[in-house]
Write a protein that binds this ligand. Structure first.
Ligand code: SAH
Ligand code: SF4
Ligand code: F3S
Length: 446
């Protein structure tokens, strides 16, 4: 019997990857994906808990789903992801419409939970189990020939976090750092490439802390893993995210200069530019140490595009502290960045401290975002006239248009055909708009 599964994904790229794996796990139970919640027999909300109103968003989404359940009594509703982990029991109590709650480390148990729920039970599983879920999920080659897929994919290589930044829920929702064995990752990557993938982004909450078991029994670093992945024929590009400055090891910095398949783009969050605030955040590095890492990366790869994350209005942040953040941003010159107003998260140490007044934090965020927007514009404009590599992903909004990503992760669109999804081409950038570049294809490389 086939049933239909609708998954709505919030949060980070790891949730996107997890949603795919949950769909595979339920695929073995006869579920096929749908993008229409009205026709679903199972709806999963894969949630994020990183900033404020996470739980409220889940409850309001559940309110919207309620009529669907009235219309289809067979519909089952599940909550997955980081809100499920943090507040699963509470959700079960408050929302009778929910049949199932599953955390990020237990979704390999979804098939059994689904069977229980079909039999009329409600199921909660937010354990941190001793077993590795990936060892219990359907192996990629099971279930007959696999559908081909788009040219880019995520691959989780490391999960969890032992860093405990004072503001962050991730160590509590994802658990301790675990690295997957290299042999499993190489097999999964080969399978993705067999299905048409040309670019893989390696994922982890602290991806550069990767220290997985190598096929030779030795521990492999992320740089070693990247080199092994680069040997896969047909794989053209490798990226990784998200990194912590303290795990930016010498071999990884060197890989940015030595490994041609590793793309010249790095997301390296720093959060703040004041050492006092960095210390209060428990980041365990100074602004100067971060800047030195950037310097070394740029020696290895002069055209490296940098991205970062920033939090403004952390408890105790003064105007002078905030100025130090602006100074750091000016010193680095980001091609792209994310910035957030500090949001107290239940259970984290910083949530106990006195907050910066909301208007002050909002005003600082505006100033930071204006500076980051200027830098982003400058980085886009600097590309005009340059020849870049572009991996094309899909047709654009205009007829005949194709869109893809440059080596530096800029969105690029070209008109007039001549390229297909999955083509890697040399492109001359002709113009910069606010969020994308326009270009002309010089030739398809492979
Ligand atoms: N593991 C990654 C990313 C963690 S979450 C890292 O260490 O960089 C992504 C971003 O959300 C963080 O980098 C931080 O900038 C932001 N963030 C996390 N907790 C937050 C909070 N309580 N308030 C505001 N922003 C937060
Ligand atoms: Fe959160 Fe810090 Fe861990 Fe990143 S390194 S996931 S910000 S605790
Ligand atoms: Fe959100 Fe969890 Fe990712 S809190 S950012 S979905 S690790």
């Amino acid at each position: 019997m086939t049933r239909k599964l609708f998954i709505k994904t919030y949060g980070c790229q790891m949730n996107v990857y997890d949603s795919e794996r949950m769909a595979e796990a339920l695929g073995a139970q006869g579920y096929t994906p749908t993008d229409r919640p009205e026709e679903a027999d199972m709806i999963l909300l894969n949630t994020c808990h990183i900033r404020e109103k996470a739980a409220e968003k889940v409850y309001s989404e559940l309110g919207r789903l309620k009529p669907l359940k009235a219309a289809n009594p067979d519909l089952k509703i599940g909550i997955a992801g980081c809100v499920a982990q943090a507040e699963g029991e509470e959700i079960m109590r408050r929302a009778p419409v929910v049949d199932l709650v599953v955390g990020p480390q237990t979704y390999h148990r979804l098939p059994a939970m689904e069977a229980a729920v079909r039999a009329g039970a409600r199921a909660v599983d937010t354990d941190f189990p001793p077993e590795d879920k990936f060892e219990h999920l359907p192996p990629n080659r099971s279930g007959g020939p696999r559908a081909s897929r788009g040219p880019t994919a995520f691959l989780t290589v490391q999960e969890g976090c032992d860093k405990f930044c004072a503001f962050c829920v991730v160590p509590y929702t994802r658990g301790a750092e675990v690295s997957r064995p290299a042999a499993r990752l190489l097999a999964e990557a080969r399978d993705l490439v067999d299905r048409g993938v040309r670019e893989i982004t390696l994922l982890g909450q602290n991806v550069n802390a990767y220290h997985g078991e190598g096929p030779n029994g030795l521990v492999w670093s992320l740089a070693r893993l990247i080199d092994a992945l680069a040997d896969i024929e047909g794989l053209a590009r490798i990226r990784y995210t998200t990194s912590h400055p303290n795990d930016m090891s010498d071999d990884l910095i060197a890989a940015h200069g030595a490994q041609p398949k590793l793309m010249p783009y790095l997301h390296l969050p720093v959060q703040a530019g004041s050492d006092r605030v960095l210390k209060a955040m428990n980041r365990k590095h100074t602004a100067e140490q971060y800047l030195r890492i950037i310097e070394r990366l740029r020696v290895a790869r002069p055209d490296l595009a940098l991205s970062g994350d920033f939090i403004v209005g952390f408890p105790g942040e003064s105007e002078a502290d905030f100025q130090a953040t602006l100074d750091l941003v000016r010193a680095v010159g980001y091609a792209q960045a994310y910035s957030f107003r500090y949001s107290p998260r239940p259970g984290t140490p910083a949530a106990e401290r006195a907050p910066v007044p909301a208007e002050e934090a909002a005003e600082r965020l505006q100033r930071l975002q204006a500076l980051l927007a200027d830098q982003q514009r400058a980085a886009q404009e600097a590309m005009v006239g340059q020849e870049v590599g572009v991996l094309f992903e899909k047709p654009g909004r205009m007829p005949g248009q194709m869109v893809g990503k440059s080596d530096h992760l800029h969105a690029v669109h070209v008109a007039g055909g001549g390229v297909a999804p999955g083509d890697l081409a040399r492109v001359r950038i002709t113009a910069a708009a606010s969020h994308s570049l326009a270009g002309a294809v010089l030739g398809v490389v492979e």
